[in-house]
Design a protein around this ligand. Structure first.
Ligand code: NAI
Length: 277
């Protein structure tokens, strides 16, 4: 089936969508990349993926241009309402055989699928950031995802050079289900005064061979993203052990969102003295 995949659509030309589009284009797959923001489309063409890749990449502000795609990968804002609306539109535009995949980190694939009339062809295709570099794709099977859709998506991910893991559709899937509680626990360790942020990170780097400490990693991911996934785990699994750490909540309330804001657990504004904890 995968050899029949000649054209893919990507919706959302942000951090993830641009990377996914270039990854596919670099493998000679024709890509139609759509975004409602023309600036995002313009930025995505500036990434240096080699001129061969750019030949296969078509940017469009019209969603209908994705009608010929064999697979459409959605990578827009992480909002269930906005994604459901898009899936319902894609269901009308896409050809009958087209698989609709979502790169969501935390939203239920089953609920996205229920916005369409093709739930057997809706699947999670969760790339890691940045998509051209990270080797994993986590494929998420919704309640009605068919075996055929799963194997076509798996083969496509392998064609991108990725290793695939398969998760059922439960909160956090595999990677975030394990990673986010670890990050949350690191916040609790800091919050309760067990250790300094540096010692927590050094402990996990040198003690468990992680390339980044959990607090550093949280700053890299974005503390708002970590908090929103912890809320989904807490709500979806209904267990107090997933309650977000009050310190994580307070940092987000204060706008300390991590590297993207220049301050999170650590202060990245070199000239400014670091806030004490
Ligand atoms: P981003 O904010 O960089 O890009 C989102 C893009 O979607 C923007 O360019 C925006 O203009 C566009 N957009 C929003 N609504 C749209 C609509 N209705 N139609 C067309 N385009 C629309 O976001 P990012 O980081 O690329 O994330 C995208 C998705 O990937 C989210 O679901 C996120 O949870 C998931 N994800 C993000 C990771 C990350 O580390 N950033 C890692 C893995 C998954």
């Amino acid at each position: 089936m995968t050899e029949e995949i000649k054209i893919i659509g990507v919706v959302g030309a942000g951090q993830m969508g641009s990377g996914i589009a270039l990854l596919a284009a670099a493998r000679g797959i024709v890509v139609w990349l759509h975004d409602t923001d023309p600036n995002a489309l313009a930025r995505s063409r500036k990434y240096d993926a080699g001129s061969d890749a750019l030949v296969h990449l078509h940017c469009t502000s019209k969603l209908e241009d994705l009608h010929s795609a064999d697979v459409i990968i959605e990578a827009i804002v992480e909002s269930e309402d906005v994604k459901r609306k898009l899936f319902s539109e894609l269901d009308k535009i896409a050809k009958a055989s087209c698989i609709l995949a979502s790169n969501t980190s935390s939203i239920s694939i089953t609920r996205l699928a229920s916005a369409t009339n093709r739930p057997q062809q809706v699947i999670g295709m969760h790339f890691m950031n940045p998509p051209p570099i990270m080797r994993l794709v986590e494929i998420v099977r919704g309640a009605d995802t068919s075996d055929a859709s799963f194997s076509a998506t798996k083969s496509l991910a392998e064609r991108f050079g990725k290793t695939v893991i398969c998760s059922q559709d439960y909160p956090g899937f595999i990677v975030n289900r394990i990673l986010m509680p670890m990050i949350n626990e690191a916040f609790y360790t800091l919050y309760t005064g067990v250790a300094s942020k540096e010692d927590i990170d050094i402990g996990m780097k040198l003690g468990t061979n992680h390339p980044m400490g959990p607090l550093e990693l949280a700053d890299f991911i974005g503390l708002d993203v970590c908090l929103s996934i912890m809320k989904i785990l807490h709500g979806g699994l209904g267990d107090g052990r997933y309650a977000p750490c009050p310190l994580l909540v307070q940092y987000v309330d204060a706008g300390r969102l991590g590297r993207k804001r220049g301050i999170g657990v650590y202060n990245y504004h070199k000239a400014v003295k670091e806030t004490s904890l």
